[in-house]
Ligand binder design. Structure first.
Ligand SMILES: C[S@@+](CC[C@H](N)C(=O)[O-])C[C@H]1O[C@@H](n2cnc3c(N)ncnc32)[C@H](O)[C@@H]1O
Length: 266
């Protein structure tokens, strides 16, 4: 209970004195809530003063452990206000994103399509030290260039997942164009529903910082020895094990690598 109080207090006003948090309390919890127009938002029963369609809260640094709390919104509507509520289970270092908009009013993708330049694709696969026994999963695969290149260059199995049917079509066409149907699978899936614990040995991402952080609980379940590569964006406050910079016509791209063991340790 006292943990919830600390978190709730931190989310609203950061009232906790700085000297209460020694070195060991270094991680915060970030919560992002998507709401319809005019909604009132409550955390642990207390109304927040925040405004807007996306509200973001950060706790003060917290002691390690599991924290549960309730997010509620009162949403105006033609038939009167309705209440929606979610309970979330989080740990310090997590980024939790909650969408309280009606399903039909949400955009289908969490991030717009933008392909990774081919030079960066080649560099990230080199950084991951892909071999023919690896299984590469690209979460949000766009036109499928990462799985297609992995299969063509390293003869490994690869899978691309995208939530947008148009991108799935593009990826399937790309797979056929390069004749890698035997090695590459493309699936229409929301990446936040994937079980990463069994198959992939390499996971590639070109998403957004908040989406990387939201994926952390799934990425922590990767098999020992697996690697995660992210184009352009970091992974919450987890220090990468390796990184490189690639010069392209679109400017410089940072590429980060984390070992599964490193992610599990955070
Ligand atoms: C910036 S693009 C990266 C494409 C590709 N990975 C690359 O590096 O060229 C991000 C892709 O993620 C897809 N996407 C966004 N939200 C998603 C979600 N929740 N589940 C699956 N795919 C998603 C988008 O449709 C888009 O194709």
């Amino acid at each position: 209970m006292w943990r919830n109080l600390i978190l709730a207090a931190g989310l609203f006003a950061c009232l906790i004195p700085a000297d209460m948090f020694a070195q060991e309390y270094q991680k915060t919890i970030t919560v992002e809530v998507f709401l319809p127009e005019g909604a009132r938002l409550f955390i642990e029963g207390q109304e927040t003063k925040s405004k807007g369609l996306i509200r973001r809260f950060e706790s003060p640094p917290l002691p390690p452990g599991n924290y549960t709390y309730t997010i509620e919104a009162i949403i105006p509507g033609p038939n009167g206000p309705r209440t929606v509520a979610r309970r979330i289970d989080v740990r310090p270092g997590d980024f939790e994103s909650i969408d309280l908009r009606e399903p039909g009013k949400r955009p289908i993708t969490d991030v717009e399509y933008e392909p990774t330049p081919q030079k960066v694709v080649d560099a990230l696969l080199r950084l991951a030290k892909v071999t023919s026994t690896d299984v590469v999963w690209d979460l949000g695969c766009g036109d499928g260039r990462i799985p297609v290149t992995a299969a063509k260059e390293y003869a490994c199995k690869a899978c691309g997942f995208d939530i947008d049917p148009e991108r799935v079509k593009d990826s399937l066409a790309n797979v056929r164009k390069h004749g890698v149907e035997r090695l590459v699978t493309i699936e229409k899936r929301d990446v936040f529903t994937l079980d990463l614990s069994k198959e992939p040995t390499i996971v590639t991402l070109y998403l957004l910082p908040r989406l990387n952080a939201k994926l952390l609980p799934q990425l922590r379940k990767l098999r020992p020895g697996a690697r995660v590569i992210s184009v352009a964006h970091r992974m919450a406050d987890v220090k990468p094990d390796e990184q490189t910079v690639v010069d392209t016509e679109r400017g410089q791209f940072n590429v980060y690598l984390w070992k599964a063991e490193t992610l599990r340790g955070h």
